[in-house]
Design a protein around this ligand. Structure first.
Ligand code: HEM
Length: 183
């Protein structure tokens, strides 16, 4: 099957977002499991920064559509891969957004490496006050459920890419590590 090269910018965005998400997920799981509250700021700052790159990537994907399917797999396999790609796209938006809803709603504000994007909500007594309990609870619930869906989708996505590369010996993974166009 002839293979249309993917633009360099899209390849770079794919790996920045992919590896960035894996890093933020790893910190998220570690800090909650180990109750390491010192890492919360790092997790949130990286998540917010990554969100800006994710938005660029999602806009490009929605405008250009998906790259040509070069898999030699069965129709159901290609369909499943596409469903997982959609789940990843939606989850990469939903996770940082829900994290921000949670933090903002709880009155913690939004902060990137010490720079306040939204200041914490401090009341007259000098204590942090909730902005919206509903927004915070909604964000927390989506963040928790979304984390599991995102992790399952990442594992299936990576397993599929490795299967193609190692067993089917076709091009989807190779195409994401070399050969690009400048457009
Ligand atoms: C790419 C973006 C993000 C990903 C993939 C991500 C992923 C995760 C994961 C896997 C966890 C552990 C599971 C859980 O307990 O919920 C977690 C926890 C958490 N995340 Fe994120 N996160 C992202 C962005 C953010 C942002 C932008 C914020 C806030 C500004 C945030 C705030 C939190 C908080 C407060 C927790 C702890 C929840 C708890 O203690 O119950 N996250 N995140």
């Amino acid at each position: 099957m002839s293979e249309e090269p993917i633009a360099y910018a899209e390849i770079i965005l794919h790996w920045v977002v992919g590896l960035g998400i894996i890093g933020v997920v790893a910190i998220g799981i570690y800090m909650t499991q180990m109750e390491n509250f010192a890492l919360y700021g790092l997790h949130k700052s990286l998540g917010i920064l990554l969100f800006t790159v994710i938005v660029i990537r999602v806009v490009i994907r929605l405008r250009k559509g998906w790259p040509e399917n070069v898999s030699t797999g069965a129709a159901w396999e290609r369909g499943l891969a596409r469903v997982i790609q959609w789940v990843l796209l939606i989850a990469t938006i939903a996770m940082p957004l829900s994290g921000m809803f949670d933090a903002y709603g709880a009155g913690r504000g939004l902060n990137v490496f010490g720079v306040n994007l939204v200041a914490p909500n401090i009341d007259d007594t000098g204590l942090r006050a909730v902005v919206s309990e509903a927004l915070s609870s909604f964000g927390e619930a989506v963040h928790g459920i979304g984390a599991n869906i995102l992790i399952a989708a990442i594992l299936l996505h990576v397993a599929g890419a490795l299967k193609h590369h190692l067993f089917d010996r076709d091009t989807p993974l190779r195409r994401m590590v070399r050969r690009g166009t400048m457009s």
